[in-house]
Design a protein around this ligand. Structure first.
Ligand code: GLP
Length: 237
């Protein structure tokens, strides 16, 4: 695992955008695995200012709340549209994000895995990390699931994500998330974390243990993971 400790969030955002840009320049028809949350917002800002050609790029997002309408301003589709889709020349048919209003979530998850597989997997997977060590919405558990699945959010995640909602009761309690397999099969993983609240999860990740109760620790088995953090997230290392 390569660890890059940055001075601040701006530096994290610039460096991570440079890595994504390098991937697109190296392989214009690459597949990006994309993340939402506050951590990658600055990365998207930098990336969309670079004038890159996204016309051949395919994207698969990690997760989406369930149930949620994509027009809801708290949906991850809405977030992605605001921060990336509406700002670059991605082809609409190359954009993938789990459908939070699918009538049959199991069917949606199977179709999502099939699409990732048929596409030949992911070249570069961008990840944030939950305070409890979740990746995507793979929450701490006794066992983790390989494929895309519907999951119940933990109270910690509901509380952490309530800052984006008017009140905590508005936070959806379930989500559709990519499982561990496509994340671990990605050729490169880029994990971004900033702030003190992420320090314990980053400490566990860099500690070399593998614990399904801290899902991000699985990444220490991945051959090509880059972890970009600020000084606060690195403060327990
Ligand atoms: C959310 C998302 C994750 C994200 C994480 C951290 O619940 N499902 O993909 O990485 O929590 O979010 P933030 O970057 O806002 O701290």
């Amino acid at each position: 695992m390569r660890l890059i400790i940055c001075e601040n969030y701006n530096e994290i955002s610039k460096k991570s955008a440079e890595i994504v840009a390098a991937q697109i320049l190296l392989k214009p028809n690459c597949t990006l695995g994309l993340a939402t949350g506050s951590s990658p917002v600055g990365m998207y800002e930098n990336l969309t200012a670079m004038n890159l050609d996204f016309s051949e790029v395919t994207t698969f997002n990690l997760d989406e709340y369930y149930p949620i309408n994509k027009k809801n301003d708290q949906s991850y589709y809405y977030f992605m549209n605001q921060h990336l889709y509406s700002k670059v020349n991605l082809s609409p048919e190359k954009i993938h994000i789990p459908n939070g209003s699918a009538a049959d979530p199991q069917e949606e998850c199977l179709a999502y895995d099939k699409a990732i597989e048929e596409n030949g997997g992911i070249d570069l997977q961008v990840l944030g990390i939950g305070q409890n060590g979740h990746i995507g919405f793979n929450e701490p558990a006794e066992t983790l699931l390989a494929g895309t699945h519907i999951t119940k959010l933990t109270q910690n995640t509901i509380e952490a994500n309530s800052r984006f909602f008017k009140k905590i009761e508005d936070v959806p309690t379930q989500a559709l998330t990519m499982g561990i397999a496509p994340i671990m099969k990605a050729k490169t993983i880029l994990l971004i974390a900033n702030g003190k609240s992420k320090a314990p999860a980053i400490k566990a990740l860099m500690h070399g243990i593998i614990d399904p109760k801290i899902p991000a620790t699985l990444l220490s088995c991945h051959p090509n993971t880059i972890v970009i953090v600020d000084k606060e997230a690195a403060s327990l290392l």
